[in-house]
Design a protein around this ligand. Structure first.
Ligand SMILES: Cc1cc2nc3c(=O)[nH]c(=O)nc-3n(C[C@H](O)[C@H](O)[C@H](O)COP(=O)(O)OP(=O)(O)OC[C@H]3O[C@@H](n4cnc5c(N)ncnc54)[C@H](O)[C@@H]3O)c2cc1C
Length: 435
């Protein structure tokens, strides 16, 4: 294990943990990065996309060295019904060139690279190291401070600061009393398959030039009446397909995520995109979707919590927010070290997070989870309305236009009042996170 005393110990070598470790190592701190997996990223799952602007704050011009799949030039949201899809999208060829906009990536490669970056800056990485508990020291009248971690192996490592970047489960943040137990209505569960397909076939099927990438986000059909979504991401020579929904709805509606995957793969429109592709990996993971009300206390003496463990998720964005929050935690630790005070100054981390753009968004949409609890069929009704309307519009008939228009509006109003449909669209654009 090397030393048994460091300036800082980071729990979890996902994007949040490795960014925190990298930042602290760059500030000449001695850092131990502990990862329970066989290697960083071994247990980590996302759709997914890495976003250029936030990521280059962690590693400038990262696209020149990071293991990325394709720069994304085309994105679509599909309101997918049984045999039709209303598609909203954008193709931007400017995004095919440096400095790009976003990229598809595979976490098993990306997380390994980022942890390697932290190691090159001087952090010490230990894998197969499960942190079981925190070690405390009493100070003052009735105060206590985190002074290290206890590993599953029984080893004790001491440090001035511990940063918890343990992901969605947040067990240690819970043990430390920073976070409440996470409930199924605050989690979404996704299953994902990686399907092997030659790059020229991907480009032909998704209408891409060589090397370019596309993403499809889908609501309606994929989650079978629950609030969730499906998505397809193009990698270099594979396609990632995923589907999922709120965990409480999966349970209550008796949905089986593995069957949702089979159902999505055999949808008549999706089938054409993945024809002949071979499944090479199957994964499942949860996302913390509790929103603002679930954000834990972010620091305590000697301790900070970051990334998914601190519920830093906005729409589809999570990896970048984890990296930025990890960097904030790392910077705060460096300042605390410079001030030789590891207790109160950690509140500076709370301030950095509170004034970030993503906390602004998380706060602004704090009602989303409750909205979907009240209207669990919102996406389903919206998709149905949009597709009924489109069938009506695109069917060539012999009605005068004003009658056709009335018929179209009637189709939507038949399902639910128009203002509710507009509210579903508003909530959806924040929640789906497809762009
Ligand atoms: C299906 C899906 C699709 C997604 N799509 C996107 C997307 O397209 N774009 C995007 O930006 N985000 C996406 N996200 C969200 C994103 O993956 C997360 O927000 C991000 O991974 C959070 O990073 P993290 O470092 O906080 O946690 P994680 O990536 O979960 O890393 C936590 C690490 O801690 C380790 N660990 C946990 N407990 C311990 C312990 N006790 N001891 C030692 N190690 C421990 C774990 O093994 C893991 O390596 C998606 C998530 C899912 C599930």
């Amino acid at each position: 294990m090397g030393n048994d005393r460091y300036d800082a110990v980071v729990v979890g070598a996902g994007p949040a943990g490795s960014s925190a470790a990298l930042t602290m190592a760059e500030n000449n701190m001695s850092v131990l990065l502990l990862e329970r997996g066989e290697y960083p990223g071994a247990k980590n799952v996302f759709g997914g996309t890495i976003y250029r602007q936030p990521t280059e704050i962690i590693v400038p011009a990262f696209w020149e060295e990071a293991p990325l799949e394709r720069p994304i030039t085309s994105e679509e949201l599909w309101l997918l019904d049984n045999d039709s899809a209303v598609k909203i999208g954008f193709t931007g060829l400017r995004f095919a060139k440096p400095p790009y906009n976003k990229f598809t990536a595979l976490r098993s490669k990306f997380d390994r690279w980022l942890a390697d970056r932290a190691q090159k800056a001087g952090a010490h990485l230990v894998t197969n190291a499960l942190v079981k508990d925190l070690i405390y020291e009493e100070y003052g009248a009735r105060n206590r401070k985190v002074v290290g971690v206890l590993l599953g192996s029984g080893d004790r490592i001491y440090s001035d600061i511990v940063i918890l970047a343990e992901g969605v489960t947040g067990n240690l943040a819970e043990i430390a009393g920073l976070r409440k137990k996470i409930t199924p209505d605050s989690l979404t569960l996704y299953v994902k398959e990686i399907l092997e397909l030659p790059s020229d076939k991907i480009e032909e099927r998704f209408n891409l030039e060589k090397g370019e990438g596309a993403i499809l986000g889908m609501v309606g059909y994929p989650s079978s009446g629950a609030i969730g979504k499906g998505a397809v991401f193009t990698n270099k020579d594979s396609i990632s397909i995923m589907v999922g929904a709120y965990l409480n709805q999966i349970i209550e509606k008796g949905l089986n995520p593995f069957m949702l995957m089979q159902r999505l793969k055999s949808h008549p429109i999706i089938k054409r995109l993945i024809e002949g592709a071979k499944t090479i990996e199957f994964q499942a993971h949860t996302i913390p979707k509790g929103g603002y009300k679930q954000i834990p206390r972010l620091s305590a003496p000697g301790l900070m919590v970051t990334g998914d463990a601190a519920v830093m998720i906005v729409g589809r964005r999570g990896t970048d927010l984890a990296m930025l929050a990890g960097k904030f935690a790392g910077e705060t630790a460096a300042q605390a070290k410079a001030a030789h005070n590891f207790s109160e100054p950690l509140a500076a981390y709370d301030k950095k997070v509170s004034s970030s753009f993503f906390m602004h968004d998380i706060k602004a949409h704090r009602g989303t989870k409750d909205y979907y609890r009240r209207y669990p069929d919102a996406d389903f009704l919206l998709t149905k309305a949009a597709n009924d309307m489109a069938y009506e519009y695109f069917t060539v008939d012999m009605l005068p236009f004003n009658q056709k228009f009335e018929k179209i509006i009637g189709k939507i109003a038949n399902l639910q009042p128009l203002p509710k449909t507009l509210a579903d669209v508003y909530q959806g654009f924040f929640h789906w996170g497809v762009f």
